[in-house]
Design a protein around this ligand. Structure first.
Ligand code: SF4
Ligand code: SF4
Length: 153
């Protein structure tokens, strides 16, 4: 994936506002699979009930249902060309949007050797600092793994 594809065509605050509305659109992941290296990716009994028969799951030490991991830390369903259960991936995988972290100035480390891409955002229209509006947005946006309004990707 080249740099152009790592760009977001709006400013970080505008992106966060769209993400919060569930309107940010799909993440152009390209060849990236960093977030498939998170430990303990949850499968939800209710939200994922139709997909559970297709997913390799186990209980973590707290008894939560999570996707099985390979020895290298990747999800058991990560194949050479991406997710092998794409149509049946859990809701948390559908909703995850690393651009939200980048818009907040964060890079997520999903595994020892895996980090989310450095997304670049457009400058704010009219210039000026985005720290004011961003700070207000950040105050409203909990740092959760998935997007709040059921984005699908
Ligand atoms: S870390 Fe971001 S770009 Fe990479 S696969 Fe996950 S959502 Fe896509
Ligand atoms: S189910 Fe698919 S998208 Fe979700 S973590 Fe596993 S390989 Fe990645």
């Amino acid at each position: 994936m080249d740099n152009a594809e790592r760009s977001v065509n709006c400013s970080a605050p505008d992106f966060l506002a769209a993400w919060w509305r569930g309107d940010a659109g799909p993440v152009p992941c390209g060849e990236c699979s960093a977030c498939c290296y998170y430990a303990g990716i949850p499968a939800d009994k209710k939200r994922d009930r139709r997909h559970l028969p297709y997913l390799l799951t186990e209980r973590d030490r707290d008894g939560e249902l999570v996707l099985q991991q390979r020895a290298d830390g990747a999800c058991a369903h990560l194949g050479e060309h991406g997710c092998t259960v794409y149509e049946h991936r859990p809701a948390v995988c559908r909703n995850f949007d690393c651009r939200a972290f980048a818009a907040m100035g964060l890079v997520e480390h999903c595994g020892p050797n895996q980090r989310t891409p450095d997304w670049e955002f457009a400058a704010r229209e009219g210039g000026g600092s985005w720290f004011g509006p961003a700070a207000r947005t950040l105050g409203e946006v909990p740092l959760v793994l998935g997007a709040p309004a059921g984005q699908d990707r």
